[in-house]
Design a binder for this molecule. Sequence first.
Ligand code: ZN
Length: 639
Amino acid sequence: MIRHLLVLLFVVFTMSIGYSQKNCGAMEVLDRQLEENPELFQNMEIIEDQIREFLKQNPQGTGQRYTVTIPTVVHVLYRTTSENISDAQIQSQIDVLNNDFSAANSDLNLVPTLFQPVVGNIEVQFCLAQRTPTGAVTNGITRKSTTRTTWGTNDDVKRSTQGGTDAWDRNQYLNIWVCNIGGGILGYAQFPGGTAATDGVVLDYRYTGTTGTATAPFNKGRTATHEVGHWLNLRHIWGDATCGNDFVSDTPVHNTSNGGCPAYPHLSTCSGNPVEMTMNYMDYTDDACMYMFSQGQKSRMRAVLEGTGARSSLQNSLGCVPPTPGACNAPTGLSSSNVGTTTATLSWSPVSGATGYGFEYKVSTATTWTVQNVTATSVNLSGLTAATTYNVRVRTVCGSTNSSYSTILSFTTQTTSTCTDIYESNNSRNAAKVIPLGSPITARISTSTDVDWFRFNNTSSQRRIRVTMTNLPADYDMRLYRNSSEVAISQNDGTNDEQIIFNTTTAATTYYVQVYGYNGAFNNNSCYNLLAEISGTNFREGKEEEEPSHFELVEDEFVVFPNPTSGDVTMMIPFGKYATGSLQIYDIAGKLVFSQQMEGDRTVKTFNMDVSSFQAGMYLINFTSGEKQYKQKLAIVRQ
Ligand SMILES: [Zn+2]
């Protein structure tokens, strides 16, 4: 009897997800993409690092900034006429996005007094694209008839080879696909850091805009607001775990997602029982019951759009500017990359109607240009002079006529190296070079893709490891590997020294150090110093106190890596304003398998743990410090 009842309850529950509660596929899609593309995790870590740097450089990042307008293309995929939603319905969706991302939504006045001080005006607007990636006229909407009844969340809708529509250049556009998703999914998004070809937001045609096929209770366009929030790196407000972490400090801890339209105040069952912000766009409540972003969410999104952020190139897009009719337009987006001592790559965006391009370059002080006529949209220059500034420009050839020139771009080649790197080539773990222990070595990151690998052995009597990098000429970071497993990382800002202390007691073996430039940083002219040491007693983190690292800025984040792991796991534990806390690990059945009291120093502490004796499976790690509680999932796999 009981078993039947449970089955029945389960069926009712899963059906109810599809038809009465908001349901977004973003995290499921992220999980799949992480499985398919192991580099994605690293990309997302780099983006989190960039966000920390942005918050450090822009402490007022939540205050008034400036409006960023995002050119948007909507790809409609339809089998039935009702799936082929109208231009007016698409415009109604753009209107909702513009209101919600500028705190100009008419229901903003419903925000309770408690949350009014943290309402965030994201200062982002959206336009339907006025020009295609090649410079042709468009209304920002593509339409394609298909025979597919439903598309699911496997990204087929984004691939013309699968009957979908290919993405437009994600550096210039937000791509939104509207189709019949199926499975009760209202929409899904790709977070920053993923593949270009699948970047964007997918919406079900029944939950797009406010007119036409828009279906209550999701007929106020908030599915797109929520998904564009993910696309700009926001997590669900409940952190996708019980009392989870959404990486935002001014949103309360939520027990889990909320559906429907909760009565205010809705109290969390998490530590401290805070009032949940059920009206936040990143919850699962009905469209009419969500009407705010927070200022902390604004900071996360602005970090992605500004400076070196993953989506900052959108600010330079001409997507919202209509092309001049019939004109032979000058190329845009001229940029340099891989600038070395004698080489550089220049590239630009393709132009509609171009039969070729006239590319020209010269030393900045020279008067005559060297011309190269090409049909591609990039040129590799070689034979340049070191430490010299060059000017480049390009024009479009349209049959017998030429466009005007693009704006002139300058770049300066690197100076010839004054230091020697005797360890090259060591660009992979297999090519890692042995380094001495206890005496510093010098090496050089000479190009944007150069990575240096070193190796050494610890001994059974001296197992603890300390690796220190000093005299950094650019923003370099390093990772420590035990055999093939990453066990620690050091990612300080700028040219601050980097240090990894790994007080391990596990059996002696070979360790590898990987040094790389953050965001492609390199300096062909100057070396860095690296010192590897081993010891029989614990290394102490000497300089931490007088020279605080940027980890203090992320005191609200509980980081666990590598994840999944098969051996060692490193946890960055936020102690907040307390010096003590407790760490528990539960297995999937909720059984406590590990518990330890922790002592910190009111900042983030790194804790290394060997979990090779744990059974493979999913675990929940719970860290409590004072009234603060953090949770992360950990997957343990067997190699
Ligand atoms: Zn979502």
